[in-house]
Write a protein that binds this ligand. Structure first.
Ligand SMILES: [Fe+2]
Length: 331
């Protein structure tokens, strides 16, 4: 039952021309475009499709606002897709297209689909990093880039009414794994056929900075390294686009480099690099919310400032309790 990652993100947008300009500048490659859509395809074969919000092909749901209105998850084989669809059909309505795509909604009502996806392996060759006494590049410069050209869709993020219930829905119906829990914030999930630290993050929609209803939050696009991430960000700001409130830095959770940009298609678009990669040997952890958010940021916003509480531990749900010892809380 291998779900391998995001096959397509279907966006409902307000201004197709402006959003197309954004993703062109962001570094995605157009496959086709018309007055009604823009279709980008990344090197791994995944897709970003933009359509005007009032296009009947953009599904309506409780997820309000512009942004991703439907997620198509890739499955490695038709056999595995059939197995997932049969299991799902026992619990809830599904619809099948002639091309084999299976449509459904998640526990919280997000329009979604499964489709066979031969996710192509992409090639990166990040420059080795030097440190005194640990020279990996001798008489060799780093690559000079002028643009970011993301090759993968790493993860997408939604604010949901009940992150635990939604996590359990993905776990029980699509075989997703928990990667981490960020206390008070939400759950990071990984597809069973993927090694990205997470392919989906479910945030509690009641989190103070959010409007309190289900919505699309952001998508992470994979680039090679910190140079591509920041060169892309510089290019975007030169083109008049704005960085998001968190700007750029390194998350402590997933060890991932990030750079957020406000996206006219809804939410934010994130360049990502140098994340942790994990498999089923990974033991999920639970994290203090602020501690998890960053190990450094180029500019720390006031609400994340101050001393961080060094609070994280192996997730109790995945670790047997020591005999005779009550749960002692944070280690
Ligand atoms: Fe992200």
């Amino acid at each position: 039952m291998a779900v391998t990652g995001i096959e397509t993100l279907l966006f409902g947008v307000e201004d197709l021309a402006k959003c197309t300009r954004f993703f062109d500048d962001f570094g995605l490659t157009q496959k086709s475009a018309s007055d009604e859509h823009t279709h980008y395809q990344l090197e791994e074969g995944s897709n970003v499709i933009l359509r005007p919000m009032d296009d009947p092909r953009v599904p309506k749901s409780d997820y309000l606002g512009y942004g991703v209105k439907k997620v198509y998850w890739g499955v490695d084989t038709q056999e595995n897709l059939d197995e997932l669809a049969e299991k799902l059909a026992l619990k809830q309505p599904i619809q099948r297209d002639n091309d084999g795509t299976v449509h459904f909604v998640t526990g919280s009502g997000l329009p979604s689909a499964l489709r066979v996806f031969n996710r192509k392996k992409v090639t990166y060759a990040p420059d080795p990093v030097n440190a005194p006494g640990n020279v990996k590049r001798l008489n060799t410069q780093r690559k000079w880039k002028t643009r970011a050209r993301p090759k993968t869709i790493t993860h997408t993020v939604f604010a949901v009414p009940d992150p635990r219930a939604e996590y359990e829905w993905y776990r029980d119906n699509l075989g997703f794994r928990m990667s981490e829990e960020q206390i008070g914030m939400g759950f990071y999930l990984r597809c069973d056929g993927a090694n990205e630290h997470h392919n989906l993050f479910l945030i509690n929609m009641k989190f103070p900075a959010l409007p309190g209803h289900p919505l699309y939050h952001h998508t992470n696009f994979g680039v090679e390294d910190i140079d591509e991430l920041m060169i892309g960000t510089n290019y975007m700001t030169r083109k008049g686009w704005n960085t998001g409130p968190l700007g750029s830095g390194r998350h402590r959770i997933a060890s991932a480099l990030f750079s957020y940009l406000e996206c006219p298609a809804g939410g934010e678009a994130e360049y990502g690099a140098d994340s942790d990669y994990i498999d089923d040997n990974w033991i999920p952890r639970e994290w203090n919310q602020v501690f998890a958010t960053y190990s450094w940021m180029h500019k720390i916003p006031a609400f994340l400032g101050g001393a961080q509480k060094w609070e994280f531990r192996l997730h109790p749900e995945f670790t047997p309790k020591a005999e005779g010892k009550a749960d002692a809380g944070w280690e």
